[in-house]
Design a protein around this ligand. Structure first.
Ligand code: TRP
Length: 368
């Protein structure tokens, strides 16, 4: 297993990540505390897809004492958005609605340029604004949602980033991110850019505002560093909730935009979706006869995981899918057919909203 901000490989052991990263599991106790304020629990929380955190209890203490928080998350624009990217954003949207919180959304075009040998900065920028359409399509509130690319908002970000950079030594950056002498110096500096939105609203408002960052667990190392540095600059440490990765359509691993067959993009056509799902790996048996006799294995099946992560939000119905697979009543063909229909109806609506987003894009974008 390998989990770094730039590479995720192998079978992910989430309990081991909690230990190695030093995060806290999201317990039923803390979920009840959230539910007290939200009235219900989002399926991503209920199912443990968001599975660990840092300082969520502190954030709730603050909230209960009348200090409301803002949300911060981001995306490295190296390509079109795929369904896995949507997972943290979907919870972020729910949190925005429930807590009436601002969202600061960073698009790290600089990062993708610096870390990806083949991507030039114009392409990263182009993808950044493509990805922004998906963010807006999810329904984030206008006037409370601020989306920016690092290069176009650098006038605000850079003066803060250097304050962070001054407090991080090369040896810390090497230890946390594994940089080598051959690493380019932009990469070494980059983490300071990602830390800025965790305190920029506090700078702007002239007082400390708690920050909650929903993210996929691979991004945690950046904020381990930021959480060390920010108190030295007089700011709160950001709180974090971490999600699991939506799995790849091929066997094992997470969805990856660099392997287009392994994931569904929000821009895919119905035909592309159909082809990718038909070709996907499943937990099914070698023959229909064997499937009927022995049942399938949803635990290793990406098709089942798609229902679990996004396409069946009703726990009872999900359980039925699980059980009917195990018992051999549900064939992979039926299961795939149904999923294709669900994905395509989701994407049809999403793509319509994405088109509309083009008209309001400038209402969401910050530039300096
Ligand atoms: N580095 C992230 C990526 O490659 C993008 C990002 C920037 C981000 N700021 C963030 C992700 C805050 C989560 C939270 O995807």
């Amino acid at each position: 297993m390998k989990v770094t901000p730039w590479e995720v490989e192998g079978k992910i052991d989430y309990d081991r990540l909690i230990k190695e990263f030093g995060t806290k599991p999201i317990t039923s106790k803390i979920l009840k505390r959230i539910e007290k304020h939200t009235g219900e629990l989002h399926y991503l929380l209920r199912r443990g897809i968001f599975f660990c955190h840092r300082d969520l209890d502190w954030l709730l203490d603050k909230y209960e004492n009348g200090e409301s928080f803002y949300l911060y998350t981001g995306r490295g624009p190296s390509g079109y958005t795929h369904l896995g990217h949507l997972i943290p954003w979907i919870l972020t949207k729910w949190l925005q609605d429930k807590f009436d919180a601002e969202l600061w959304f960073q698009l790290t075009d600089d990062e993708k340029f610096l870390f990806n040998q083949k991507l030039d900065i114009e392409d990263a920028k182009k993808y950044a604004y493509e990805n922004a359409l998906d963010i807006i399509a999810l329904g984030f509130k206008r006037g409370k949602t601020f989306i920016f690319t690092d290069t176009d908002y650098s006038g605000e970000l850079y003066p803060q980033a250097i304050k962070v950079a001054k407090k991080i030594t090369f040896s810390t950056a090497k230890a946390v991110f594994g940089f080598k002498n051959e690493s380019n110096i932009g990469q070494i500096f980059f983490t300071s850019m990602q830390s800025v939105p965790a305190f920029l609203p506090s700078v702007k408002k002239g007082k400390n505002i708690p920050c909650l960052i929903p993210l996929a667990i691979d991004q945690d190392p950046h904020f381990r560093v930021a959480r060390d540095v920010l108190p030295k600059l007089g700011f709160y440490k950001p709180a974090i909730i971490h999600s699991k990765f939506m799995p790849s359509l091929s066997e094992g691993g997470k969805m990856s935009a660099s392997d287009p067959q392994s994931c569904i993009f929000t821009t895919d056509t119905p035909g592309e979706v159909e082809r990718k799902i038909w070709n996907a790996f499943t937990g099914g048996r070698g023959s229909l006869k064997e499937q009927k006799e022995k049942g399938g294995n949803p635990d290793i099946c990406p098709i089942y995981q798609y229902y679990y992560f996004l396409f069946e939000q009703d726990d009872k119905k999900l359980k039925e899918i699980y059980n009917s697979c195990r018992s051999g009543n549900r064939t992979c063909g039926e299961c795939k057919r149904e999923l294709i229909d669900r994905i395509n109806s989701f994407l049809k609506k999403h793509q319509e909203r994405r088109e509309k987003a083009k008209k309001v894009l400038d209402k969401f974008i910050l530039k300096s």
